[in-house]
Design a protein around this ligand. Structure first.
Ligand SMILES: *[C@@H]1O[C@H](CO)[C@@H](O)[C@H](O)[C@H]1NC(C)=O
Ligand SMILES: *[C@@H]1O[C@H](CO)[C@@H](O)[C@H](O)[C@H]1NC(C)=O
Length: 415
């Protein structure tokens, strides 16, 4: 068994399944032809209330499943159970039929790009605080809980080099607020997730992620994470340089712009790509989180007009912006109607991030506009159905790709 790229250093221990068949080819990752959805989508369908949609979805229960570009792997596509943004999460997302995989991009001290959900989440998504020499480099090294104050730490990708980053283990996002030792700080996984696969997940650089997704024959939805350090970083690394470097990684690796959906929450990043990298800008996705209160929701809807005018083609609000509850049903919101009217493509995030949906999803953010209408896990497919058949979204991020892939196959979307 031989490995040809640094991507798999240390991989043999955790994932022999991946390595064996591919070692002789140029890229050790190859397209997955046997898509496996596992039991969860079938469980969700069975959990639905009786009705036409349930019947339709049940009618697909013996279908041979294919991957779908409508199914976008959030944080790799298996973050519900696998350490987010790890090689293992991406492989599980691909196995579950995600056609597009996400890497959230942040920069290291030596200005290399890596996959992390935020620039400063290393203390909750990796084992960094438990490695003394790296913990010492953190913006705020681990501080034990004491005198009623919670344990804390703040570790950013920009605190360490790429090489140091690659020595970390990816774990499930979470921390133990009452930890008195660095090791105890590492636990804290929500009980509806699992630590079963958190056995030192392989962290990825952006370039490794590109090689992986390219090898798998899939598409890309990288996100330029908003920096949490002052820009220009160290006085001379500007936001524009960061946005450009992000696109340059695709160009250098020969990836066609049509396979890439660059995303950002910073509107100026979108405008930058539209102007300086129009081929990539064409599919740029503006991640909209500007409408979280009733007042700002109104301006968020109004702002859509400006985005369309500026040449933005795709907006990506969270699920709760797109739907609302009415007479016990989930219906399209004013945001969804306006975006449709303007001809904007809509992508949404993130299904399967919320835990069990009993009791109005227990007040969870993603369901807060339809709390009254949601009371069991099967309702997830009611939501997905409104997103597709009433709103016509072009893609859906999920922390468990199988759930979206199943619906996409059943309704023949992007397969
Ligand atoms: C959290 O930390 C405390 C103090 O170190 C420890 O006693 C407890 O077992 C930890 N909890 C978990 C779930 O590891
Ligand atoms: C959205 O609208 C508000 C209020 O008009 C404005 O302050 C904000 O900058 C707008 N956002 C964008 C990205 O245009």
């Amino acid at each position: 068994m031989r490995f040809t790229t640094p991507l798999v250093a240390g991989l043999a221990v955790v994932s022999p399944v991946v390595a064996a068949p591919y070692s002789s080819s140029k890229n050790q990752f190859q397209p997955i032809t046997q898509i496996e959805l596992g039991p969860r989508p079938y469980y969700l369908v069975n959990d639905m209330e009786e009705g036409a949609l349930k019947k339709k979805l049940q009618s697909c229960s013996n279908m041979k499943m294919k991957r779908s570009d409508w199914s976008i792997g959030h944080r790799g596509g298996a973050a519900l159970q696998f350490p987010e943004h790890s090689l293992q999460s991406a492989l599980a997302g691909a196995r579950m039929g995600a056609g597009i995989l996400e890497c959230d991009v942040a920069f290291t001290k030596d200005r290399e790009l890596v996959c992390r959900h935020s620039q400063c989440d290393l203390h909750t998504t990796t084992n960094i605080v438990n490695i003394p020499e790296l913990n010492a480099k953190c913006t705020q090294p681990f501080k034990a809980a004491a005198n009623g104050a919670a344990a804390s730490a703040k570790c950013c990708t920009s605190d360490i080099t790429l090489k140091e980053f690659k020595s970390l283990c990816a774990k499930m996002d979470g921390f133990n607020a009452s930890a008195t030792t660095a090791e105890a700080f590492l636990s804290g996984t929500a009980k509806w997730r699992t630590d079963l696969y958190a056995t030192c997940g392989t962290v990825l650089s952006h370039k490794e992620h590109i090689a992986l997704v390219d090898g798998l024959g899939l598409k890309f939805s990288p996100e330029l994470k908003t920096p949490e350090v002052e820009m220009p970083y160290e006085g001379d690394y500007t936001q524009e340089m960061y946005a450009q470097q992000f696109i340059d990684d695709y160009k250098k690796m020969g990836i066609k712009p049509a396979r890439v959906w660059p995303q950002s929450f910073l509107y100026d990043d979108i405008l930058y790509w539209l102007k300086h990298e129009p081929k990539f800008g064409k599919q740029a996705v503006y991640l909209d989180e500007t409408g979280d209160t009733p007042e700002t929701f109104i301006t968020a809807v109004q702002n859509l007009t400006r985005y369309a005018k500026d040449g933005v083609r795709i907006v990506a609000p969270p699920l709760n912006y797109l739907v609302t509850g009415k007479n016990g049903e989930i219906v399209p919101s004013a945001y969804a109607k306006k975006a449709n009217k303007l001809g904007l493509g809509i992508i949404s995030w993130s299904l399967e991030r919320s835990g069990p949906l009993a009791n109005g999803a227990n007040g969870d953010y993603y369901y807060n506009s339809i709390t009254d209408v949601v009371d069991n896990d099967g309702d997830m497919y009611k939501l997905v159905d409104v997103l597709w058949r009433q709103i016509g979204i072009i893609g859906l991020f999920s922390d468990w790709s199988a759930t979206v892939t199943y619906y996409a196959n059943c309704f023949k979307i992007g397969v």
